[in-house]
Design a binder for this molecule. Structure first.
Ligand SMILES: *[C@@H]1O[C@H](CO)[C@@H](O)[C@H](O)[C@H]1NC(C)=O
Ligand SMILES: CC(=O)N[C@H]1CO[C@H](CO)[C@@H](O)[C@@H]1O
Length: 365
């Protein structure tokens, strides 16, 4: 058991190390504040991490790169920043899939200066050395791209170990490597139910949204099962391209940590809360509450009063998370309990997380 935990912790550490790049691209975009209307560059920068998360569509970052140029202009600094986004690595949940997804929409990116650039991929993926060298080259010397999607260009230049994803979200597994797997088509429909069972320890939202040790304890055993199912889905895609398989895939691959509450699906979000000292310009001894998941926290100031944050989290379940009714009901119930409790310390955040099925989440970061 210990070694399993240690392994999960190691995998998380690796996954977390890779999350930093989302923020580094966001920083590059936010440095463009001299361009466009006031406030536009920070808004675009704020949208950047979201399109690089495991749950995002692979085409979203290309659409955002186009927007950066259309809203901030085509000064070289803007183009260079948008290129970095096109070339950026998009996360994937290593517990759910073993290969990245790349956009297969030939219309994207629309901006000519951004075309012919291919993305970085996780160095752990077989073939990544070729792709990552290509990505670096493409920033200065774009590849031939006429009528081609980024996925086409990537493939034409020697890397095919990825899932092609259209703007609408449907996916096609790579042709290579799956040809022997026709038998896996049977039973594919059974995979559609995975949402409830997935207990991935990696949240696509951010490293801060995950509690390493405790999550590892919760989710470990199920991870293996999910990996197997995902394998089947991919194989089925390559053979049939059928829609049922794709639906199943979407549910499995969003990579968001699931609640242990039966029936509660928090959708794209992990609704946990932290209690941290020294946030913003506060003294190190002044502790505040904040949602851990950046998607939930977006636009929210840290608060001394936990009820502000619980209220926000419950609102966000409808606004951005696509949570189900059971999750929303659990949230309102937990909100009332926290209010009744009246405490304002780490135990308050811990209690909240526990009430929503994320017991053991590290509230200190
Ligand atoms: C794709 O990469 C994964 C992860 O490294 C590896 O397990 C798999 O064998 C690779 N597939 C092909 C066809 O190279
Ligand atoms: C079985 C299952 O949970 N399917 C869901 C997959 O995701 C879609 C879109 O979010 C839902 O509509 C399905 O119910």
């Amino acid at each position: 058991m210990y070694s399993k935990l240690a392994l999960a912790a190691l995998l998380l550490a690796t996954a977390e190390a890779r999350f930093g790049q989302e923020q580094s691209v966001a920083n590059i975009i936010s440095s463009l504040s001299n361009f466009g209307n006031p406030g536009v560059a920070p808004t675009l920068a704020g949208s950047t991490p979201g399109v690089l998360l495991a749950g995002a569509n692979a085409c979203d970052k290309l659409t955002l790169a186009d927007r950066i140029v259309s809203e901030l202009g085509n000064d070289k600094a803007v183009i260079d920043a948008a290129k970095k986004l096109v070339a950026a690595e998009k996360n994937f949940n290593p517990f759910a899939v073993s290969i990245p997804s790349i956009c297969s929409d030939p219309a994207l990116p629309a901006t000519q200066e951004l075309r012919g650039i291919v993305p970085l991929v996780d160095p752990a993926v077989t073939g990544a050395d070729v792709e990552n060298a290509n990505s670096a080259t493409s920033l200065t010397t774009p590849f031939a791209n006429d009528g081609l999607s980024v996925a086409d260009i990537v493939k034409a230049n020697g890397f095919s170990n990825f899932t092609a994803q259209s703007s609408s979200g449907s996916t096609t597994a790579p042709a290579a490597g799956n040809n022997n797997n026709n038998n896996n088509n049977n039973g594919n429909n059974g995979n559609n139910g995975n949402t409830g069972a997935v207990t991935s320890t990696v949240t696509s939202a951010a490293p801060a949204a995950t509690s390493e040790a405790a999550d590892a304890g919760n989710g470990n055993d199920n991870n293996g099962d999910n990996n197997d199912n995902n394998g089947n889905n991919n194989d089925d895609n390559s053979n049939n391209g059928n829609d049922n398989a794709n639906t199943g895939n979407d549910n499995n691959s969003n990579g968001v940590q699931k609640s242990t509450l039966a029936g509660a699906d928090f959708g794209l979000c992990v609704p946990t809360m932290s209690f941290v000292g020294g946030r913003g310009n506060r003294k190190a001894t002044e502790f505040t509450f904040l949602p851990k998941d950046p998607l939930v926290a977006k636009g929210q100031q840290e608060a001394l009063n936990p009820n502000i944050i619980t209220n926000r989290i419950c609102d966000q379940l409808t606004n951005v998370c696509q949570a189900n009714q059971a999750a929303k009901t659990a949230c309102l119930d937990a909100k009332a309990q926290i209010q009744a409790l009246g405490t304002k310390d780490a135990s308050t955040a811990q209690k909240w997380n526990e009430l929503l099925g994320f017991a053991g989440t590290d509230v200190s970061q």
